[in-house]
Ligand binder design. Structure first.
Ligand code: MN
Length: 209
């Protein structure tokens, strides 16, 4: 079998701009993240101000065979919607058995992991961190810092991305800024906190009128 010239498998990448030489970039704007953030009024207000790019992924797909690997270089911009840090949509792999390796490059953040068996975890994603995402595990990255968060993801070429399965239920955990610190909470608890805060604000406004 004729092998391709092996030089084509070398690329430079820039961890700060999240670009891989010659690789296409996919950008995700805020409007494409409807339903991902817990605080719907805060999402609407932010979108009215600006449909900003929240994250981008450069994809290097040098082979598409059964044994091949794809490489994604992700960058999540710093910021929050309400108190919830900027995040990626998150996905399962279409081929559920497919695992993935994340390697943190710069910035600081977290990965939310959620197994199809109901287990979940939140782990750090930053320089010198490796996160192994086993098969059957939904994964989302969150930027909890003030700089862009960048990381490499390496996964089987035939993994595929399934966004719909996790979009229906959304992740059970959220990463919230509380007193200047990133805090992982259950989504239902955070929604209840927002509901009570809104109620209290409405009462206070009512009292002033
Ligand atoms: Mn993945």
């Amino acid at each position: 079998m004729q092998m391709p010239p092996l030089e084509q498998f070398f690329r430079h990448f820039d961890p700060h701009s999240a670009a891989i030489a010659g690789a296409p970039v996919t950008e995700r704007k805020l409007s494409q993240l409807e339903g991902c953030y817990a605080d719907s009024p805060a999402f609407k207000a932010a979108l009215e101000r600006l449909d900003a790019v929240i994250y981008s992924v450069s994809s290097l797909e040098l082979g598409g065979g059964d044994g091949d690997l794809h490489i994604g270089l992700g960058m999540v911009m710093p910021g929050k919607i309400g108190a919830e840090y900027h995040l990626t949509r998150g996905h399962l792999h279409s081929w559920r058995e497919a695992a993935e390796i994340y390697i943190g490059l710069s910035g600081s953040g977290m990965m939310l992991l959620e197994g199809e068996d109901g287990t979940d975890a939140a782990v750090p994603l930053e320089a010198n961190a490796i996160v192994y995402v086993p098969g059957h595990t939904a994964h989302r990255t969150v930027n909890t810092g003030l700089e862009p968060l960048t990381y490499l993801g390496i996964y089987p070429a035939k993994a595929g991305h399934d966004y719909a399965a996790i979009a229906q239920s959304n992740f059970r955990q959220v990463v919230i800024e509380q007193g200047g610190k990133a805090t992982v909470m259950r989504r239902k608890d955070w929604l209840e906190t927002i509901r009570l805060e809104t109620l209290r604000a409405d009462l206070e406004n009512g009292a002033k009128e």
